[in-house]
Design a protein around this ligand. Structure first.
Ligand SMILES: Cc1cn([C@H]2C[C@H](O)[C@@H](COP(=O)(O)OP(=O)(O)OP(=O)(O)O)O2)c(=O)[nH]c1=O
Length: 209
């Protein structure tokens, strides 16, 4: 994703204080969009949904697990630094869709999402003086996607690391008729909600000092 707008100067030359518990380049780029540079760490967590787990509980649980795993791995000197993590899932017919494992699964996902609406949930966790969490929910309308289009789309390399097997910020935009909610939330880090968590932690983005 290329987000090449003029970046606000906030935090640009400061050493990064915030730690982003993520290997997703999108989350780093989205933070940069609001003038935040973060030190990036990542931890592997088991992202399997628990049986019967509600989708919002699931994305929050995984976001918290990512943040806690990174915080647990940090040395003493960094223990006081806030850790931010997120998890994104696509929800359709009460099913939680993560990243497709192969072309066949990606085709099944797009067939399920074709010509109807689904929901994209992103859970965000900020571990600082307290554990703060928020869930962003967005409704997305996809046009009909044919099996042939899904195959060409898979070959583009884009769906592989995206929940639900499409990327709103890339070629996948040609499938998205409209959405109601948060563009940045669909792409992996809802910026409005993230800014609110940061402000609650004493890290406002538009402070005059
Ligand atoms: C629906 C959709 C998802 N996605 C991405 C956002 C997330 O990065 C990814 C879902 O996987 P996640 O498990 O949320 O995140 P990740 O594995 O990419 O990164 P990390 O756990 O290290 O933070 O799908 C898009 O980029 N565009 C989209 O339109």
């Amino acid at each position: 994703m290329v987000l090449d707008e003029t970046l606000p100067p906030t935090g640009r030359d400061d050493p990064p204080r915030l730690i982003l518990a993520s290997k997703s380049p999108r989350r780093r780029e989205l933070l940069r969009q609001i003038g935040l540079t973060a030190e990036v760490r990542s931890a592997d967590v088991d992202e399997s949904p628990a049986r019967g787990e509600a989708p919002a509980d699931y994305v929050l649980r995984i976001a918290l697990a990512k943040a806690r795993a990174v915080r647990a791995a940090l040395g003493r000197g960094t223990a006081a630094r806030p850790v931010l993590a997120a998890d994104t899932a696509v929800i359709c017919d009460d099913r939680i869709l993560g990243k497709p494992a192969d072309a066949a699964e990606a085709a099944r996902m797009l067939a399920l999402l074709s010509a109807r609406t689904h929901q994209v949930l992103t859970g965000v966790a900020l571990l600082g003086a307290a554990e703060r969490t928020v869930v962003s929910s967005t409704r997305v309308w996809l046009r009909a996607v044919s099996a042939a289009e899904a195959a060409v789309y898979w070959a583009s390399g884009e769906p592989q690391d995206k929940a639900g097997g499409y990327g709103l910020q890339g070629l996948g935009a040609v499938f998205v008729e409209r959405l109601e909610g948060s563009w940045s939330g669909v792409v992996g880090l809802p910026l409005f909600e993230t800014a609110q968590l940061l402000a609650a932690e004493g890290l406002p983005l538009l402070s005059a000092d």
